[in-house]
Write a protein that binds this ligand. Sequence first.
Ligand code: UT7
Length: 337
Amino acid sequence: MMSTNDQKRPFRAAITGVGHFVPEYRLTNSELEKTVDTTDEWIRTRTGIVERRILKNGATSDLASGAINDLLKKKNMSASEIDLIVVATITPDMFFPSTACVVQEKIGAKNAWGFDLSAACSGFIFSLVTAAQFVENGSYKKVIVVGADKMSAITDYTDRANCILFGDAGAAVLLEPTESDEYGILDHIVRCDGAGGSTLNILGGGSLNPATHETVDRKMHYLYQDGKAVFKVAVVGMADVSYEIMKRNNLTGRDVDWLVPHQANKRIIDATANRMELDSSKVMLNIDRYGNTTAATIPLCLSEYYQNGKLKKGQTLVLSAFGAGYTWGAILVKWAI
Ligand code: UT7
């Protein structure tokens, strides 16, 4: 299989481990029916979501650490073996230190350095592409990419348009070098368009609008989304980039075993699968149980499907996402484990 980046890499980066952590508490559609003006039927048909998990105590670093610890246990690996931790998140524990530093300490990865990467719902895609560079150029051998978001921390539970969408989770992958040309990350496309900034954001608390009583009163510390505007762009952007990565690698829907889409809305996922001419049985889905967990959605799918034995060595995957920024992208992967 051809990749456009083949020329320059001594190694390929392959995903060789997965793990995830979801909080126990389930916030169901019927529970939301009691607190905002919505219905289970509306939420299911417009989004595909039935319930989401909420972390009652703790922070994003706990979701990330839980996911990495699950991965380490499954790989029978020690945290001290990790070289680098990349945390994809838009809900860091705090502005600084980075969540990566907090996680490094929590899991005892005493030989690792790390950093956070902010790309909203494309956070895992952007982080995986970034982390893969360190593996492909031979700098590091064991790199963790973890997508973790405590979306409940930035959700206004009186805003019916948004509070039904989001949930909390963490999920991680391990990247290692492989000399095999067949397996691993084969190609990627990543994009951003800052013109989308006004439709999906948190305006308060940063250097532009530092926290004041007014920013709190105006609910500027909560996530704002113009859902309809984002939907229109996401439905085209995610489908386009997923189709493009197939096409430029001379693949059709028949050659792809799994689409691993960001889980924001089942209708966006369906449109992407249609554009790829992919049967719905080849689409990883867990939006019904978790909602949109932002940076965690894609690795959460990978971890669950691998754990259930549905994701198998040698399968061809297209990972794709669209999110705030706007940011979007797709990655072509040959599953290595
Ligand atoms: O992950 C990052 C990127 N984000 C996304 O990809 C999200 C993209 N957007 C979406 O997924 C969808 O736009 C939403 C699920 C957020 C909303 O679905 P929609 O089909 O675009 O609904 P809408 O915003 O056009 O609202 C339709 C109607 C409105 O009522 P009127 O004006 O037609 O009378 C809303 O007020 O549905 C109403 N509505 C609700 N009704 C019941 C909005 N939220 C709710 C609700 N329950 N929770």
